[in-house]
Design a protein around this ligand. Structure first.
Ligand code: MN
Ligand code: MN
Ligand code: MN
Length: 296
């Protein structure tokens, strides 16, 4: 299996190129086709890319093929939604064997939950006056996508419900709003274990987004590491320097690898591919993990 070359690692660590290991495509709630992503990422100087769609591996072949054409190094990925102490937590899996029966079954079961939730959200929005909410959302997403609340935001924007994505989410999809449906994701430990069983690296995604106190974040990391989690996405696009330093120190102190990801969904958004994700000095970048293998 191919590894990240020493030259590429040095280039990324010196800021001469970028690694973006958290991105989405139209296989879930991103706006670009999987095979459009490589060229766009390369135009923004991303030379190491992972596609991490929500609960699906469906976009990986297209993205890998385009990366081969563009000369971008490519790692397979997935983002699993999970529950920990009643909260929704996301786990990115990098470099897993896509043919692993354990991972395939975890993704299949999770996609079934995701579809049931999307249908329930659609039914609730329908009651709130948005005719055809589920089918229109699916159609806007390309017909076969793993739908998230972000997918429903696109539908609500197109339907003129509110004038910005943030308002659509806040007024219709956030907890307690008319389109909210409580998620029923797999337990955190199961997500980390499935990635590990498939030979992948489990990364705790966007740790700053859960609004946890330092103590609770440490408890989360303890449980995550006990379940086989090995890396922290300490480097995100939207993050203060002090938050990044805090998370990098947390990873260092626990012997966790550090991943870097924008959580890119669409061009021109504030989570832009490759934006502000250079790893800080003194951490172990996740591409130095012995299991970090490239598909391209
Ligand atoms: Mn998303
Ligand atoms: Mn996420
Ligand atoms: Mn994401």
């Amino acid at each position: 299996m191919k590894k990240v070359s020493g030259e590429l690692a040095a280039l990324i660590e010196s800021g001469g190129a970028k690694a973006d290991l958290h991105t989405h495509s139209r296989a879930s709630d991103g706006s670009m086709a999987p095979d459009e992503l490589a060229g766009y990422a390369k135009s923004r100087n991303v030379l190491l890319l992972a596609l991490t769609d929500h609960d699906t591996l469906a976009g990986l072949d297209g993205a890998a093929e385009a990366c081969r054409r563009e000369g971008v190094s490519f790692a397979a990925g997935i983002e699993l939604s999970a529950l920990w102490r009643g909260r929704e937590i996301h786990v990115v899996g990098l470099c897993a064997d896509r043919d692993s029966p354990v991972l395939r079954e975890a993704a299949r079961a999770q996609l079934a939950r995701r579809k049931a939730r999307a249908e329930a959200i659609g039914a609730r929005l329908e009651k709130a006056g948005f005719a055809g909410a589920y089918l229109r959302t699916l159609e806007l997403a390309g017909g076969e996508a793993a739908l998230t609340r972000g997918s429903f935001v696109r539908f609500l924007l197109a339907a003129g419900a509110r004038d910005t994505a943030q308002r659509c989410f806040r007024d219709f999809l956030a907890e307690g709003r008319p389109g909210y449906v409580k998620p029923d994701w797999m337990p955190l430990g199961e997500a980390a274990a499935a990635i590990r069983a498939a030979g992948g690296i489990a990364v705790l995604a966007h740790p700053g987004s859960y609004k946890l106190s330092g103590g609770r974040l440490r408890a989360l990391l303890d449980d995550f590491a006990a379940a086989g989690g090995e890396a922290l996405e300490a480097v995100c696009s939207i993050q203060s320097p002090s938050e990044r330093a805090f998370l990098a120190e947390l990873a260092r102190g626990r012997g966790l690898y550090v991943s870097c990801g924008s959580d890119f969904h669409e061009p021109g958004g504030y989570l832009e591919v490759g934006r502000n994700i250079r790893p800080p000095a003194g951490v172990r970048p996740v591409w130095t993990h012995p299991g970090f293998t490239l598909e391209v």
